[in-house]
Design a protein around this ligand. Structure first.
Ligand code: UDP
Length: 254
């Protein structure tokens, strides 16, 4: 760590940084100044439940330089455990704030993940770059690569990333693939900061809509996503499992 540590709050084994949005952005920008491949993970309740069930994933998540709570479920659990986090810090909002700052300062961002180019349509990563460039004048990713590659191709992707000399790499391969990929390749990557961001490029590209404000405000974004993509039901069952087991875990400790 580089000295600018924050209070850590342990939520069911995952050591979250107790930061609000502006503190998270400040630290991320500090990481971007380095070439030490600092890591930010953005777990939600589903991922914390994954960590409870698989200690190898928990170790990977806890190896990050900053862990932000990307979900109302995590914040609720922290309150149930009487160690309240300041609040949710959505990975996608942190990512957009980094883009906004980078458009002003000329920071370099590489997009890795999501669907490749098909039938003459640009890749999601390129489309995300285009859309963000329209919103934040002057912004352009310093490189992109889709997320549908075999592990054997990682070496050539790393070469491409290193040649682009990024301050930030947005790694959007879905959880836990992106966390494992970052963990496995961190030492080979010459970049400031690597961030696991799930489906964010799809949202930036306009391929997936983020929930309307009402759902975000009422902490029901997960419900909106379920309505839009009912196939997520299996993954989402981890959420009630996580909350219920947190209530019991608290009683055990009382
Ligand atoms: N994805 C990818 N490579 C894969 C599997 C998934 O690039 O091998 C992408 C997928 O196209 C999507 C993102 O990873 O853009 C995962 O999105 P999801 O909403 O499931 O992520 P979450 O934030 O829920 O983990």
């Amino acid at each position: 760590m580089n000295g600018d540590t924050t209070e850590k709050i342990n939520v069911r084994g995952v050591r979250f940084d107790n930061v609000d949005e502006s503190e998270a952005l400040f630290r991320a920008l500090t990481f971007g100044e380095t070439r030490q491949a600092r890591v930010i993970y953005t777990p939600n309740a589903e991922i914390v439940q994954m960590c409870i069930e698989d200690k190898a994933i928990e170790n990977i998540i806890n190896s990050a330089d900053m862990i932000i709570p990307d979900g109302a479920g995590v914040v609720l659990a922290s309150k149930l455990l009487h160690r309240p986090l300041k609040g949710k810090v959505a990975g996608i909002e942190l990512a957009e704030a980094i883009v906004r700052e980078s458009a002003k300062s000329g920071k370099r961002i590489f997009f890795l993940g999501s669907k490749p180019e098909r039938d003459g349509e640009p890749s999601i990563a390129d489309l995300a770059g285009q859309k963000l460039g329209e919103k934040y004048e002057g912004f352009r990713p310093c490189g992109t690569h889709d997320g549908y590659f075999k592990e054997e191709q990682s070496a050539e992707i790393i070469e491409q990333i290193n040649a682009a000399d990024p301050d930030f790499v947005f790694v959007c391969l879905g959880a836990p693939r992106q966390e494992k990929w970052i963990y496995d390749h961190r030492s080979q990557l010459r970049a400031g900061c690597l961030i696991g961001l799930g489906g964010s490029l799809d949202v930036f590209a306009g391929a997936v809509k983020r929930a309307p404000r009402f759902f975000i405000r009422t902490r029901l974004e997960w419900f909106y996503r379920l309505l839009k993509q009912p196939s997520r039901i299996g993954r989402m069952m981890k959420l009630p499992k996580f909350i219920i087991s947190t209530v019991f875990c608290r009683k055990d400790k009382a």
